[in-house]
Design a protein around this ligand. Structure first.
Ligand code: ATP
Ligand code: MG
Length: 906
């Protein structure tokens, strides 16, 4: 069975059991401060479990792109070294939201694995929750009894809370889980050691393939509504305890503070590792031997001239690259570019890990990863078409990143050469190893490897200390404490009315306190809100809540998953009151102008530059709009002008907004022709924003003008590069554009006034420039005449002394250049010359010393040394060659002394 068939069979199977098949959510998560990347199939359904939103379907199944490279789930260091953990993998999942429960979930899982996929029953093990005293929970006998009808009892294992009880966070939905493991070892080995001993023991051929989680409880704070501040503090206070002690103590404390409540609606959440499943069905010993990875591995092997399976380190490198290129490509296709912070930095680090394995073990000294992108794109064209659609762009981004890192690597290697010469006792100290890590992106193992090749050691402890120091620094910089939600009204439904109204009457449903950097803020959830929460690049609304004559200002509005959160600096004194919720009108209107203008700009760019233009990011606020898009070269002046012209034309057409809400996503793209934005999570229903169906149709949750005329005027203020293949335009509209034009007009009239209101301003400026050029030429002539005059004066002042022609004079010259000129001309005229000139040039003392070449040799003189000595008199310094030198200073009153001293030297 090919991997393609295995995936399809999974989806078909659950479809036949009444499940709705949904697309994978993007890898990159927006609007969730606790998570950067999707790391499990359930992420996109979090709101359903939390009760923030009602699911569209009660049964859902999908294949979800997951990335486990940061936070709670981080498998990065294992990847490539083992054969069954990936950075990016597909998680096949089925869900029941308050519908079926354990019986159906486990029976279907068994049916699919043993009947459809025909996996051998005598190689499968299952685990169930053994219970937990602290939580007062018995073992999951219900699950065990279901399993007993399908599988011999000795293949059912009990697992502890760590392996078999799933929790989302400190509080919230949770429940026991049941894992399915498979033993893929050859029969001889199975005969020797039972697979039972190896389950959950990091054996590469006895692996977990599927986890069925039963969301059965809600964990809640026990005390009235939430822990007291002291309790909360005790719970999270780590002090200088070790990770292990802290974790044990925290678990105890957590248990004391919380209780489990049976949920009225019980859910099923399952996740099966697709690549591991393929390994099992295709009877392989490693995920990398399946047809999911072999095309990539073979491509890499051919390019490197090595064969897979011959050399341990080359094999690891091929696995690392074939794995990482998937993570990198799909994340970029989902909208996350490599960068220097947060999610972008994680991607950059994965890419660098791949580059250095290729560099070190496969000899790739030139960019190489980008060449795999097309292979991958074709492989996944049917399942995740977003990569195929952006193949050229993704490859370009990867190539530029690789090239930049290879340069860094080269610099780092050069730095290591230098370090080698400085090293004491053959050990590179921790600070230096950290510098290589931090500045050059050299991880510890690479530095160790290079050190070893050079018969050096590295100070790993010292490195760890530096690393800890840095972590401490960043912790201190970003520490904040978020309190728990405190319920005011027991209601979950939240209504957003901000597309139609800018004010309404609302009640507070819940609130919480957030402390960051000595500042306390509050976050409120309202039952009904006109406040637009920051998303899709558009800033959050500000405004106020008013009740009983008291106004509380809303300083920002943000989303957490789909929850709209209002930020305030204080809490209203009456939390139960009905509030008049009012959005800052003018800010919102200007923001809408900019947002609609962004759509017009996007469409205009496609017209002028071509259909490859795709949005790569945007920022829209009341002052400016910023639009990032894929395009490979700088825009010309002419292209910018044409784009502006089209946008302004569309503004003047005063096109009326056509807004359609709750459109099924398929209809939006097929019927209305909306461009799907990759990397956006739209849910099943989307909002379509159209300004002229033949011009701009976009899926968008933002707020827009009723008709384009309101935008008034559109002006691009800058165009530049942000990353490889990504350009950025900044533009302004309406008042702000008017203001810019006004300022420019005002500047023009000021200039006219300065020039005494000429009829033709351009002519007047040209005349002025011409006049200036003429005057400069005249001044130059005068200078030359002056120089010549002074030269002849000086010629008459030569004093012969011991065969040396001495001139030491204070002169009146206009510039340092003319001083030099006089000195050189006199040298050409007078033999055996010793010349000291001093001048006051615009208030600053200057000295020049010139000595004939023969004197320099014969008398061993050095103008540079002499000028230094003389410069003391003018409180300055200088230097030069043996025959000519100059000096400047600060004290003009010393010039006479300079001359006196100069003469006396001879
Ligand atoms: P493991 O203990 O093997 O790391 P897990 O307990 O972290 O697995 P879950 O969080 O339960 O796994 O995820 C569900 C399924 O996803 C697992 O049963 C496994 O098949 C798969 N899976 C988990 N992590 C990875 C990974 N890094 N690469 C590939 N598949 C994975
Ligand atoms: Mg894991």
């Amino acid at each position: 069975m090919t991997s393609q068939e295995i995936r399809n069979q999974f989806l078909e199977f659950f479809k036949s059991k009444g499940h709705q098949i949904v697309p994978s959510a993007p890898l990159v998560i927006k609007n969730d401060p606790t998570l950067m990347f999707t790391n499990a199939g359930m992420n996109q359904f979090k709101d359903y479990f939390l009760g923030n939103k009602n699911p569209q379907f009660k049964r859902i199944a999908d294949t979800q792109k997951c990335l486990r490279v940061s936070g709670k789930h981080n498998d990065l260091e294992e990847v490539g070294h083992d054969t069954y953990h990936h950075t990016m993998f597909e998680m096949l999942g089925n869900w029941s939201f308050g519908d079926y429960f354990k019986k159906e979930a486990l029976e279907w899982a068994w049916e699919l694995l043993t009947k459809v996929y025909k996996l051998p029953k005598d190689r499968l093990y299952v685990s169930v929750f053994e219970g937990d005293k602290g939580d007062n929970l018995p073992a999951d006998e219900e699950a065990k009894n279901i399993w007993k009808t399908m599988i011999p009892e000795d293949r059912i294992l009990y697992g502890n809370k760590k392996d078999n009880f799933w929790e989302m966070g400190d509080t919230g939905p949770c429940g026991p889980c049941s894992e399915i493991h498979i033993d893929l070892r050859p029969q001889e080995e199975v005969d020797k050691v039972s697979g039972k001993e190896l389950v959950n023991n990091d054996h590469p051929q006895v692996v977990e393939i599927w986890n069925n989680v039963f969301i059965q409880f809600n964990r809640q704070w026990t005390s009235p509504s939430a822990p007291t501040e002291l309790q909360q503090f005790e719970l999270n206070y780590k002090g200088n305890k070790t990770e292990k002690t802290y974790s044990i103590e925290r678990t105890k404390k957590h248990l004391q503070l919380t209780t489990l409540k049976e949920l009225p609606a019980k859910h099923v959440d399952t996740g099966m590792g697709f690549e591991r499943l393929c390994m099992a069905i295709q009877k392989k010993q490693s995920n990398y031997d399946t047809d999911v990875f072999q095309p990539l591995i073979q491509f890499i092997a051919t390019a490197s001239g090595k064969r897979y399976g011959e050399d341990k380190w080359a094999d690891i490198a091929m696995r690392v690259i074939s794995d990482h290129i998937r993570a990198i490509s799909f994340t970029i296709a989902d909208g996350q570019l490599p960068s220097n912070n947060k999610a972008g930095y994680v991607i950059r680090r994965i890419l660098r890990r791949a580059v250095r394995y290729g560099y070190t073990y496969l000899g790739f000294k030139e960019p190489f990863l980008y060449r795999i992108v097309p292979v991958l794109a074709n492989q996944f064209a049917q399942v995740f078409p977003e990569l195929k659609a952006q193949e050229e762009f993704v490859a370009k981004v990867v190539k530029e990143e690789e090239a930049a890192f290879l340069r860094t690597l080269d610099n780092g290697l050069r730095r290591i050469e230098q370090i080698k010469s400085e090293v004491k006792n053959g050990v590179i100290d921790g600070k230096t190893v950290f510098e290589l890590y931090d500045t050059f992106g050299f991880p510890l193992d690479l530095t160790a490897l290079i050190a070893r090749e050079n018969s050096l050691q590295i100070d790993e402890k010292g490195f760890a200390v530096e690393m800890e120091k840095q972590k401490e620094r960043s912790r201190a910089a970003s520490s904040s404490e978020t309190g728990d939600w405190i319920e005011v009204v027991d209601e979950d439904e939240v209504q957003f009315v901000g597309y139609d109204e800018l004010e309404t009457y609302s009640r507070i449903l819940r609130y919480r306190e957030v402390k960051a950097k000595n500042k306390t803020q509050y976050q409120l959830v309202l039952d009904k809100t006109p406040f637009y929460a920051e998303s899709g690049g558009q800033v959050g609304d500000t405004g106020y809540l008013e009740a009983n004559g008291e106004k509380v200002f809303v300083t920002d509005t943000k989303k957490e998953n789909d929850l709209i959160i209002h930020f305030t600096d204080k809490l209203p004194s009456d939390l139960q009151a009905q509030f008049h919720a009012v959005v800052n009108n003018s800010k919102r209107l200007q923001t809408m102008n900019n947002h609609s203008a962004t759509h017009l700009l996007h469409a205009a760019l496609k017209e002028v530059l071509g259909s490859h233009v795709a949005q790569k990011g945007s920022l829209v606020n009341e002052n400016v709009l910023r639009f990032d898009f894929s395009h490979f070269s700088k825009m010309t002046e002419d292209e910018i002008k044409r784009v502006e012209k089209i946008v302004n034309q569309k503004i003047r057409e005063n096109i009326v907004l056509d807004e359609k809400r709750n459109v099924p996503i398929a209809k939006a793209t097929s019927e209305y022709g909306a461009t799907a934005l990759f990397g956006e999570k739209y849910g099943d229903f989307v909002r379509v924003i159209t300004f002229d169906p033949a011009f701009s149709v976009e899926l968008c949750g933002g707020t827009h003008v009723k008709a384009t005329g309101q935008i008034g005027y559109f002006k691009i203020v800058s165009e530049g590069a942000v990353a490889a293949g990504v350009r950025r335009i900044e533009a302004i509209t309406a008042d702000k554009a008017e203001q810019l034009i006004d300022e420019q007009a005002a500047l023009l009239s000021e200039l006219k006034e300065l020039l005494k209101q000429p009829k033709d301003l351009r002519k007047a400026v040209e005349n002025l420039l011409e006049e200036k050029a003429q005057l400069s030429r005249q001044i130059e002539t005068f200078h030359q005449q002056e120089v010549q005059a002074i030269k002849s004066q000086l010629l008459g002042k030569v004093q012969q002394s011991n065969g040396i022609a001495v001139i030491a004079e204070k002169v009146n010259l206009p510039s340092a250049d003319s001083l030099k000129q006089v000195a050189y001309e006199l040298k050409a005229k007078i033999e055996n010359l010793f010349l000291v000139l001093a001048a006051n040039i615009d208030g600053k003392p200057q000295i020049a010393v010139m000595i004939s070449d023969n004197l320099v040799k014969e008398k061993n003189l050095h103008a540079g040394n002499i000028v230094k000595e003389l410069a003391k008199e003018i409180k300055g310094g200088g230097g030069g060659q043996p025959f000519f030198a100059t000096a400047g200073g600060t004290d003009v009153s010393g010039l006479d002394k300079v001359i006196e001293k100069g003469r006396s030297l001879v």
